[in-house]
Design a binder for this molecule. Sequence first.
Ligand SMILES: [Zn+2]
Length: 137
Amino acid sequence: MRKRELDKFKKLLLIERQGLVAHLSELEGASETQLSQGGGDSVDLAALEITQAAIQKMGNREKNLLKKIEYTLDKIESGDYGTCERCGEKISPARLEARPVAQFCIDCKTELESNERRYSDKEEEDEEGWGEYEDAS
Ligand SMILES: [Zn+2]
């Protein structure tokens, strides 16, 4: 991949990381405020627990994405970016545009996903969370 393209993806990832870090600290702030205001009647407590769970879930998802971004930035630095980690083929530019943190080419990803679905019923969270921060420029 050309340096110009690498720089473009790096910039995208850095912007995304910045947004995530800011949002995560917001979430943590919201969570603390709610905890300190909590107490009192049980209806409020139940609502509080639901909100806490939602915040935690969103936070976990974003933390995962953050880890993935760090990992991807490392790959850019080491020159491994844009190569499928499973088969070693180049990942198509269109796929990287849509999802800069992609680790696998579309063929491998499709295969891995169908295996995952077969062997587990865990929630699909891998492909979520990217694309909400479309480049506004
Ligand atoms: Zn592959």
